[in-house]
Design a protein around this ligand. Structure first.
Ligand code: SD4
Length: 330
């Protein structure tokens, strides 16, 4: 807690220019951060996985009225958490194979502070609980009952996350599935979001109900910092959607940020991230993973394994759905 306050007070950021020297995101040593110099930079900007128009529009509302990237992320992804028609996020999410809806989310700010909740039940907005973990506790992750208890202490209400639609589908699935989770191409719609505000500050978030009909207790990449999400103000950020086990194995989002640090564009970094995963899964074409990335200048990229992946960008230059190329063809 104290270290976080100290970090916040030690960092001065002005529009489009990060002053130097400032503390590194790990917070333990001094480092010099090069100012953002590209005059063509389009900031603020928000991007998110898939074609989530309403979520990105909400985040843009926050950014375009001078709000912080962190607030934009929380408010933006909450739109999907609250949308019962999105069966991969929040209320309305598909349950595990025993019928429990368990939610995963994480959030990360410009200073490398982060918070996550894993396999949490009965709480509609896991992204907000993750933010509270980040801001009000000395920890990064709270899991299961502990996360739920913490949420109640913070004033979150107990809700039934299993809608009639998701329940009916689950009962149907049980008839023939032999308890095998669905890891196919169609099962997507997790939201990962990255934003840079008008001060040049970056933040990211990721929230999901995870793989449909997973084993009880299973957690994927989405709430794992470095796997489902990573941001570093010196470089940019990345987030993932798809089969979490493969993203965890490659520490996918961290990898993409590191590739950008080494000089790759966001697009090149996402392509390389997908290639690394495919190199470990030679011959497989039955699963989906998509990455999106942004660098600190506001340049963006997205790439995935299967055709059909898109990501949204929203800046003052417009509200754009970006169909992405894919490893297995467009
Ligand atoms: C998971 N990555 O739990 C998530 C699932 C996902 O769209 O992204 N679905 O593995």
């Amino acid at each position: 807690m104290e270290r976080r306050k100290f970090l916040k007070n030690s960092t001065t950021v002005t529009a489009g220019l990060i002053s130097a020297p400032i503390l590194a995101s790990c917070g333990r040593e001094k480092t010099t951060v090069a100012p953002i110099q590209d005059s063509k930079t389009v900031l603020p900007i928000v991007i998110c996985t898939w074609n989530f128009e309403n979520a990105s529009a909400r985040a843009w509302e926050v950014l375009s009225t001078g709000g912080t990237a962190l607030d934009a992320i929380e408010q933006g992804v909450m739109v999907e958490e609250n949308d019962v028609n999105n069966q991969t996020v929040g209320k309305g999410g598909r349950p595990d194979r025993d019928g429990n809806v368990t939610l995963d989310a994480c959030i990360m700010d410009k200073d490398g502070n982060c918070g996550a909740v894993l396999a949490m039940q009965h709480i509609a907005n896991p992204i907000s609980v993750a933010r509270k973990v980040m801001e009000d506790t000395p920890h990064v992750m709270l899991v299961g009952k502990g996360a739920e208890q913490f949420a109640y202490e913070k004033g979150f209400k107990k809700v039934n996350l299993l809608t009639e639609k998701s329940k009916a589908e689950w009962l149907e699935w049980k008839k023939t599935s032999k308890y095998k989770p669905i890891i196919n191409i169609e099962n997507h719609d997790t939201i990962g979001m990255l934003a840079i505000d008008e001060n040049g500050d970056i933040a990211g978030g990721c929230t999901t109900s995870g793989m449909a009909y997973k084993m009880a207790g299973r957690v994927g990449d989405s709430p794992i910092i470095g796997a489902g999400l990573f941001v570093d103000k010196e470089v940019g950020g990345a987030t993932a959607t798809g089969v979490g086990e493969e993203v965890i194995r490659t520490v996918g989002s961290f990898l993409i940020v590191e590739l950008m640090r080494q000089g790759k564009s966001p697009q090149e970094a996402c392509v390389e991230g997908v290639k690394r995963i495919m190199a470990k899964n030679e011959g497989r074409n039955d699963f989906q993973i998509g990455f999106i990335a942004i660098n600190k200048k506001g340049e963006t990229g997205g790439y995935c394994i299967q055709p059909g992946f898109t990501y949204r960008t929203y800046s003052k230059e417009g509200h754009v759905n970006n169909p992405s190329n894919s490893f297995l063809g467009t």
